[in-house]
Design a protein around this ligand. Structure first.
Ligand code: GRF
Length: 226
């Protein structure tokens, strides 16, 4: 007998620090009915993040959590968790959230915490990925959606999108190409999780799709060739 799939979920939270184009693409996908469930809250680490405006325009509750108001990372993350728990999210989506989270936080949300990183992990963890890719003379670049552990840009990989690096590229043209792929990739991964089709077996660290191990690369996306 096959296992029945987990029932569709209801609510997800999005954590941001900046412009929020990934947030916008999730909002748009929600409004088109492409994601089961709704965004219950947007939390920003900065009061001036444009993503907060995007959320307000769509009547999504917002909160700001300023790390300067907390003396330790543990206190900051406990306060963040307290905000999130008032909304009881089924999934927490990091979308340009520029804070490294504590092991206690990542353990609490371990099997329901997504991140998107602008590189083909495990290559180019950390900041300034586009510039570093250009300096290294890479021919391929991209982005990765992964479950999140306490390790910087670490955790089981769900899906990647690849883009070419062109000889004429600057940091901003390359970043724009990667972002074009981030949006559909993240939306699709959030959709699969919220539909109850994607999950993490925390004991083994295996990503499961429809109750069987995800095949390496099966959710990946490629830049359309001309
Ligand atoms: C994206 O490039 C994402 O990969 C990284 O932060 C950026 C957020 O961009 N983690 P935006 O705020 O969604 O436009």
């Amino acid at each position: 007998m096959t296992h029945s799939l987990r029932k569709p979920l209801g609510r997800y939270a999005v954590l941001i620090s900046g412009s929020g184009t990934n947030l916008q693409s999730l909002i748009d996908a929600n409004e088109r009915g492409e994601i089961t469930g709704e965004i219950c809250v947007v939390v920003s680490s900065r009061a001036d993040a444009f993503g907060l405006e995007r959320a307000k325009r769509h009547h999504i509750p917002t909160a700001v959590i300023n790390h300067r108001e907390y003396s330790t990372r543990e206190e900051h993350d406990a306060a963040l968790q307290a905000i999130l728990e008032t909304y009881q999210p089924d999934l927490v989506v990091l979308a340009g959230f520029m804070r490294v989270l504590t092991p206690a936080f990542t353990a609490y949300y371990g099997d329901r915490l997504f991140n998107i990183h602008p590189s083909l992990l495990p290559a180019y963890r950390g900041l300034h990925t586009h510039q570093r890719v250009l300096e290294a003379g890479e021919r391929k670049h991209g982005c990765t959606v992964h479950f999140t552990t306490a390790e910087l840009d670490g955790g089981p990989i769900i899906a990647q999108a690849r883009v070419p690096v062109l000889p004429t590229d600057t940091e901003s043209t390359l970043a724009a190409r990667v972002q074009k792929m981030e949006h559909p990739l993240y939306t699709y991964c959030v959709h699969l999780f919220m539909a109850g089709r994607l999950r993490l077996d925390t004991k083994s660290g295996t990503v499961l799709l429809d109750n069987r191990p995800l095949i390496h690369g099966e959710l990946d996306m490629e830049w359309p060739s001309t």
